[in-house]
Design a binder for this molecule. Structure first.
Ligand SMILES: [Mn+2]
Length: 405
């Protein structure tokens, strides 16, 4: 039996507006290392979005390398990290030649090639290809094969895996994976695929809850569906969506581990996990979710008065709170100070009577009538100009697009 620890979407360096999350990220990285030290996985996969931006701050880089080094346990446990859409592929790969001697492997592109390698730590890379690795352990009589596909944006898939005229990107990916299976996965072993993209059981099921949208071209034909993953995979370790879930109840082995922290208010109330996966040739993957305890809770609350808001913040001093508070006309500076004194990680939206009545008016207005007129009005309000014929034509096209196809 082989054990894999699957995590993703660390987004090191990410802030929530102006609230730094670095102290929480340090804590949750430590928690993940402790889980690895307790559970002894044979290998760790980080399925993309290691950093939050192409040029991450120094402390985020420091945290990534320290964490991966600790996870690799002096090179005795291989760690594979792929680039997500937030990562610069070249930056991710630039340290690979140095890192690989510590058992840490970075894959920046869908066709990245990590060479074969011997170690004196009881494991080795026995075969490799573009986007493919085969690991063997002295203690095991079967190999672990990994198809790794770092974030494939449209240009990269066409250029690296097909040609620039191909337009069905999910079929291109599926063909690429099938080719690797035909070439490398015919003998007994355990097969894992890791990638960073939008996969779903339904073409129209766009998840926008955490600000991570379909990574492939918008339009139903580009969603990666369960049937696009090769049937030979024992486990698929996905990154991109922050909510931990299997993409369909029929394919419990195709999994998003989710992010280790709640990074947006859309994730308020979500439990966060890493996946510990036990694999054996010819058997279903055993997937254990291990809940993470680190990090502040993200809460949303609407208070009927400043006093009620104060009471709520007294009860939740350590959470990050998206607070709406009803006021007569405006929230005065004294009240605002009294709220931030109770909890400094606070986003305040005052709801004045005037604002609420305008909102109700707008709601009633948009509930009826013609979408094009509403759009015209919205456009005028935002830009102080009339929408051109070109823009109206585009809007109508979008209206007419049936994304369920
Ligand atoms: Mn992502």
């Amino acid at each position: 039996m082989i054990k894999i620890l699957h995590t993703a979407d660390w987004h090191l360096g990410k802030k929530l507006e102006n609230v730094s999350r670095m102290d929480e990220q340090v804590q949750v990285m430590q928690e993940i290392c402790e889980i690895a030290e307790r559970e002894h996985p044979d290998l760790v996969i980080v399925a993309g979005d290691l950093f939050d931006q192409f040029n991450p701050p120094i402390e985020a880089q420091d945290l990534l390398y320290k964490t991966l080094k600790r996870l690799s346990a002096e090179g005795s446990r291989p760690v594979l990290a792929i680039a997500g859409n937030h990562d610069s592929p070249d930056r991710i790969e630039s340290v690979d030649p140095l890192a690989r001697y510590n058992g840490i492997f970075f894959s920046g592109y869908p066709n990245s090639l990590i060479p074969v390698m011997e170690t004196d730590k009881g494991w080795r890379i026995s075969a490799s290809d573009e986007g493919f690795l085969e690991f063997r352990w002295d203690k095991l009589d079967f190999p672990l094969r990994i198809l790794h596909t770092a974030f494939p944006n449209e240009f990269r898939i066409k250029k690296d895996l097909g040609n620039l005229d191909d337009n069905n990107l999910s079929l291109l990916l599926s063909g690429h994976w099938q080719g690797l299976v035909e070439k490398w996965c015919k003998e007994p072993g355990v097969q894992v695929l890791t990638t960073h993209l939008f996969a779903s059981s339904q073409r129209s099921n766009y998840e926008e809850e955490d600000g991570e949208r379909a990574t492939l071209n918008i339009g139903g034909s580009q969603v990666v569906l369960p049937e696009h993953f090769p049937a030979e995979m024992n486990y698929v370790a996905l990154g991109h969506l922050h909510r931990p879930h299997a993409i369909s109840s029929k394919t419990p082995h195709i999994n998003y581990s989710g992010s280790p922290l709640a990074y947006s208010f859309a994730e308020a109330g979500q439990e966060k996990y890493v996946n510990l996966v036990e694999l054996e040739p010819g058997r279903d993957a055993q997937i254990h979710r291990i809940a993470l305890q680190s990090g502040r809770k993200l809460l949303k609350f609407e208070a009927a008065s400043v006093a009620e808001a104060q009471e709520y913040l007294r009860q939740n001093p350590d959470s990050i709170v998206d607070l709406s508070v009803r006021v007569e006309e405006f929230l005065d500076a004294g009240d605002r100070r009294s709220l931030t004194a109770l909890n400094p990680h606070l986003f305040i939206t005052p709801l004045s009577k005037d604002f609420l009545s305008k909102q109700a008016e707008a709601g009633a207005r948009y509930a009826t009538g013609n979408m094009e007129d509403h759009f015209r009005e919205f456009f005028r309000e935002k830009s102080n100009t009339e929408p051109s014929n070109e823009i109206m034509k585009l809007f109508k096209e979008i209206l007419a697009t049936d994304i369920s196809q």
